[in-house]
Design a protein around this ligand. Structure first.
Ligand SMILES: C[S@@+](CC[C@H](N)C(=O)[O-])C[C@H]1O[C@@H](n2cnc3c(N)ncnc32)[C@H](O)[C@@H]1O
Length: 199
């Protein structure tokens, strides 16, 4: 893959520099706020996968989590770090791929993914799910937002993942608590809350 190919770190950096980031409105999703209200962090660690500029991670930190964000984009991570620092929130960032979750030597009480998993292909998603299970001990949560695959090649946005594939990769290690179906423009989308299961 060339340095600037779609999905490469430099491609994401360029999107952030150009402001071509419609998802980055600085307003946390109600689903994340509701989760944080129901499950305050109490000093435990949360993992924000594909954290971007950290809007959702900061919402978790305000509810008592210590947050580790991982993202391919150095530009986004710098903005996330500055914003967390300005609020004196406990936040650390790592530049890396969601495929590298095994690198973290931490146990997370919860993991969050708002719009990153659905950029991966099915094989990558499978590796991500296996690594995530090892990072989130039994009882821990995984809150996910993902769009479905394109129905029409003319549709824009990420490749998306089918709900069936998501159930296939996370089902072996996590129990589904709820799934909320919705739309992102013309694309179907879902919020999912999973809970890590005892082996
Ligand atoms: C749609 S944005 C969402 C950002 C953030 N979660 C939010 O809600 O604002 C997707 C993010 O995932 C990051 N990303 C894409 N592929 C990734 C990968 N393989 N590993 C880590 N981050 C990735 C991008 O750099 C981008 O910041």
């Amino acid at each position: 893959m060339s340095e600037f190919a779609q999905g490469a770190p430099a491609w994401w950096d360029a999107r952030y520099r150009q402001g071509s980031t419609p998802w980055d409105q600085g307003i946390p999703a109600p689903e994340v706020l509701a989760f944080a209200a129901q499950h305050p962090g109490e000093g435990r660690w949360a993992l924000d996968i594909g954290c971007g500029t950290g809007t959702h991670g900061r919402a978790l930190a305000r509810s008592g989590y210590r947050v580790a964000g991982i993202d391919l984009s150095w530009v986004a991570l710098q903005r996330a770090r500055a914003a967390a620092h300005a609020e004196r929130l406990p936040w650390v960032g790592v530049q890396g791929s969601a495929e590298d979750l095994a690198l973290f030597a931490l146990a997370f009480a919860m993991a969050l993914d708002v719009g990153c998993l659905h950029t991966l292909d099915p094989a990558q998603a499978g590796r991500y799910a296996q690594a995530l299970r090892r990072r989130v001990p039994p009882g821990g949560h995984y809150l996910l937002y993902a769009v479905h695959p394109r129905q029409d090649p003319a549709q824009s946005g990420p490749p998306g993942l089918s709900p069936g594939l998501i159930e296939q990769v996370f089902g072996p290690g996590f129990d589904l608590i709820w799934r909320q179906q919705g739309w992102q423009g013309e694309r179907r989308s879902d919020w999912w809350l999973w809970q890590s299961r005892s082996p």
